[in-house]
Write a protein that binds this ligand. Structure first.
Ligand code: ADE
Length: 664
């Protein structure tokens, strides 16, 4: 009996062991996350990182849970709440889509009329450390750390941010902005800015965060190191316009229209009037001297340039180079930096585009003594910390052999030291980018061939190793082809722009450089092998094949707005709605797992040309990069299809005419 009891006991122990072993195995297969889990408490922040200081770790209740953190700042104190969180559920009303990374990268969200930063991540206690902004690349990290060691590091500023609101303030004395929204500025370089203006009789105030390296309403901010917002009138605007900027928390709330009338106890950065009076004669002398110098300089420049600068599309580039006294094209292009002493007389107009690294303005390049004589140009402005992107794009443009009617025409580059930013000056195209154009226009078959053919010619020229005249040229890959990076010219042909991610595939690229140039671009337009980071980086053809995939998506966008097939749908970018932000992970599901491509509706076979073009588009977005057509091949296809369809239309017309004649 005892033996029987012993066996039963042994058997049950074994069973328990087996069961717990099985459950442990199950746990390894689908482990529950372990996350920091603390109620809101002060966190410590340094450089771009914050540490939650949370001593409680928790095994999350559900295997689907990831780690999350919520970050906010009140009166300068950073508070963080950490938790396990099911990413399918909203957190503070916000759905967190980026949770697979092991870094908890905080993104700003506007919740209940205030700004929070939230992040989610996957990995043991990954919510203990939070990154305030994801640095774009290592060099940015280095810069941040370098500035931190110099004590120059700043956390993003807190500013009033209501954009535009009407106000009772009549631009006298001290006014309250009355904005009750406080934002953590996106970028630590940003300062607080307010603008007051009278628009059709109504006074309005604009409160925002703004990077002083970039112009605000066409003006550079000069007072952004102030602790208070001292309003200054901007001359030459159509309406009464005042701007102020400052660099302390929420300092753009109180607006000082009267000079030297800082609130009690806050006069720290203002000069006392007595000091100003004593400095006045000296200041006047400096102003007079500077004006004299400026007049001389402008006069001198006009003498150099005015007779020559006729039109961009004729000779401007050569002229700018000749001013620099560089007649040989290769050296001219390699050095077409317009040094500070020779800045072009350019007046910025309105912003026409905003990219990853820079903003693009329409601008006036003055041509003579009067304001009436000017050439419209585009100015792409990079803040000082985007030096690398400016340099990449400038180097690409500096290749004289890049010049082609289907590539944006480059004029010059400028290091605008005084304004702490870099400029690229190019031709301006009134019709804007292809995405804007397609959103607003339905096109016919001829326009489809013109837009599509010129796009393909631009890409083929970029990829080619010879110019049309047969000179040797380094192949270039764009790596961010999309309809936003294609401009529509006045004659409805296209030109490529935004070469910030481009690569020159010449022998100067080391294997390491090639190996480090993996996944870049815009997720929506990324080829499957780029999404998967499985490109053959040693083969330059594979970079071109990835460009051809993206070009196919743009050709599909153009075709989708062509009325030759009958009714045309509203413009939609490839893979869905314009506003949706598509991340790499979801694109991988669509493009690789489900092999999804943009829809080619049955109606596209109503028109022979559109049908033939769609087959070529499909060949360009083949899953197998090697099976894709080359850009040069698609140039030839479009040209063949367009002449075949023209001749078939005219022969149809002819037979219709003939039969009409027969009937007579
Ligand atoms: N958007 C970006 N670059 C442009 C340019 N050169 N002309 C017009 N719009 C633009």
């Amino acid at each position: 009996m005892e033996r029987v009891m012993e066996r039963v006991a042994f058997g049950s122990v074994l069973l328990v062991c087996l069961m717990s072993g099985a459950s442990a195995l199950l746990h390894t297969a689908n482990p529950h996350s372990v996350c920091k889990s603390c109620d809101p408490q002060p966190a410590s922040c340094k450089s771009y990182q914050c540490i939650a200081n949370c001593s409680v770790s928790k095994v999350c209740p559900s295997p689907d849970d990831v780690c999350a953190a919520v970050w906010w700042r009140e009166n300068g104190v950073v508070t963080v709440e950490t938790m396990c969180h099911d990413p399918m559920q909203p957190l503070y009303g916000v759905t967190l889509d980026d949770f697979s990374s092991s870094d908890c990268v905080l993104t700003v969200r506007y919740v209940n009329r205030s700004y929070l930063r939230l992040c989610a991540c996957t990995g043991r206690e990954c919510n203990e450390h939070m990154l305030l902004n994801k640095p774009d690349n290592d060099s940015e990290l280095v810069i941040l750390h370098a500035s931190e060691t110099k004590g120059a590091f700043r956390l993003p500023q807190l500013c009033k941010f209501c954009d535009i609101e009407s106000t009772a303030c009549n631009a006298t004395g001290v006014c309250e902005s009355s904005c009750n929204i406080t934002a953590i500025c996106e970028n630590p370089a940003e300062v607080c800015v307010s603008a007051w203006r009278r628009n059709k009789g109504n006074a309005i105030i604009e409160t925002v965060c703004h990077n002083p390296a970039l112009p605000f309403h066409g003006q550079y901010l000069t007072d952004y190191n102030n602790s208070i917002c001292q309003m200054k009138q901007v001359k030459g605007m159509e309406e009464d316009f005042y701007i102020c900027s400052c660099n302390e928390e929420e300092c753009n709330e109180q607006l000082f229209f009267t000079y030297f009338s800082a609130p009690p106890g806050d006069g720290k950065k203002n000069l006392p009037p007595v000091l100003l009076v004593s400095l006045l004669p000296g200041l006047i002398a400096v102003v007079v001297l500077l004006s004299a110098f400026y007049c001389y300089h402008v006069f001198h420049q006009q003498n150099l340039k005015a007779p020559k600068t006729k039109g961009i599309d004729s000779e401007t580039c050569a002229i700018i180079m000749s001013v620099d006294d560089r007649s040989d094209s290769s050296s001219a292009n390699a050095n077409s930096l317009n040094h500070n002493t020779e800045l072009l007389p350019i007046q910025l107009d309105v912003i026409v585009g905003k990219g990853r690294f820079a903003e693009v303005y329409r601008a006036k390049l003055k041509q003579g003594a009067t304001d009436e004589s000017f050439q419209t140009v585009a100015v792409k402005i990079f803040p000082y910390d985007e030096y690398a992107s400016w340099k990449t794009e400038w180097e690409i443009f500096s290749d004289a052999e890049l010049r082609n009617e289907n590539v944006l025409q480059f004029l010059t580059a400028e290091d605008r030291k005084a304004e702490r930013c870099y400029w690229l000056i190019t031709a301006y195209h009134e019709r804007g980018n292809l995405q804007e154009f397609l959103t607003q226009h339905v096109i016919g078959w001829d326009e489809l061939c013109r837009l599509g053919g010129s796009l393909a010619r631009g890409v083929a020229h970029l990829h080619g190793d010879r110019t049309p005249c047969g000179r040797a040229k380094a192949p270039i890959v764009h790596r961010d082809l999309k309809s936003v990076n294609v401009l529509v010219k006045a004659d409805l042909s296209c030109c490529l722009c935004d070469f910030g991610l481009s690569l020159r595939l010449d022998n100067s690229m080391s294997p390491e450089e090639l190996a480090n140039s993996g996944q870049v671009g815009t997720a929506r337009y990324m080829a499957p092998e780029v999404l998967e980071s499985r490109m053959d980086l040693e083969n330059i053809e594979s970079f071109k094949q990835a460009d051809v995939y993206s070009m196919a998506l743009v050709l599909w966008e153009i075709t989708s707005r062509c009325s030759a097939i009958g009714d045309v749908r509203e413009y939609e970018p490839p893979f869905g709605k314009l506003k949706d932000h598509l991340c790499v992970e979801s694109m991988k599901d669509d493009v690789i797992r489900d092999r999804l491509r943009p829809e080619i509706p049955a109606s596209w076979s109503n028109h022979t040309g559109v049908q033939l073009l769609s087959s070529s588009i499909e060949e360009c977005w083949d899953h197998d990069p090697e099976a894709r057509l080359t850009a040069q091949c698609i140039v030839e296809r479009i040209s063949e299809i367009s002449s075949a369809v023209i001749s078939s239309v005219s022969s149809d017309d002819k037979s219709a005419q003939d039969s009409g004649n027969d009937e007579k």
